[in-house]
Design a protein around this ligand. Sequence first.
Ligand SMILES: *[C@@H]1O[C@H](CO)[C@@H](O)[C@H](O)[C@H]1NC(C)=O
Ligand SMILES: *[C@@H]1O[C@H](CO)[C@@H](O)[C@H](O)[C@H]1NC(C)=O
Length: 314
Amino acid sequence: MSTSLSINLKRPSKIYYEGDIIAGVVVVECAGEVRHEGLSLAAEGAVNLQLSSKSVGIFEAFSNSIKPINLLNISVELAPPGKIPAGVTEIPFEIPLRPRQAVSPGYPGLLETYHGVFVNIMYTLKCGMKRSFLNKPLNASCQFFVQYKHQEAPAPKPVRCEVTPSSLRAGRGRRGRGGAAGGAARAPMPRFQLYAEIDSTVCALDKPLTGKIRVDECSVPIKSIELQLVRVETCGCADGYSRDATEIQNIQVGAGDVARAREVPLHMVLPRLFACPTTTTVNFKIEFELNIAVIFEDDYLVTENFPILLLRCR
Ligand SMILES: *[C@@H]1O[C@H](CO)[C@@H](O)[C@H](O)[C@H]1NC(C)=O
Ligand SMILES: *[C@@H]1O[C@H](CO)[C@@H](O)[C@H](O)[C@H]1NC(C)=O
């Protein structure tokens, strides 16, 4: 007696570009004939923003401004009220992926799918079968992914830097003692000279991020060299906002007391879904940074930070 509803997309990757047709079938499977009051399908997309707990207090006055931002809202009727025969019935559909029309100013258009901590951009197909009033409607949903078309690659922007105790004192980079900053009496800073290079701070999402690091001198043993990808999510508007940096992934590029004056390659593949093109809208921003962290044996940590621009490009 049970009836099931599911959505199957034609494209196995479920990745769509603006202007594409989202095609597939809705499958109804039932043991006996099913009477229904209409079968419909909707494609929805929204940005969900969440304020970090540390800033909620400040936000109370205008917490309303953190409503989801509707990016896509299209619905089509798949079948008028009627009957579906016993067995498996496939109902084909085609929905054009187009930005909303007649929208309020500030509408950002179709943004890329992104799963963050404080910002989430998600697209869903929702199918619903209305039934006579004693029966609950039947529902099915399925996520799909939106990507920008690949643009031409811009010229690379390499950066090179030397990290020394005096460059840190000058305010570039950061230093700390492995999560216990400001604790017990500080040992004097070790003597070191590091050289780091990022091949380009403008990066294609589909290509690895590359560079190199070299330890020219270091007066204490090194425990680890790490490359960290960080997202910086800003939610809010001109009246106030929350801004949070969280780590997406951390790759150890050097383990132990690495050889001096020898180049260590940096190589990082950007994660799907957790990274997206750098995005700036009136209500939120998604930005990315790269940290090169050198951890000395006593857990003393030196970090050099590079803002990067992520693009969907060749
Ligand atoms: C989507 O559109 C329908 C009608 O076209 C409307 O009733 C509904 O509120 C919209 N949903 C959102 C989240 O804006
Ligand atoms: C289920 O489908 C019905 C009928 O189309 C719709 O009105 C309802 O909002 C859907 N419920 C959910 C949770 O999507």
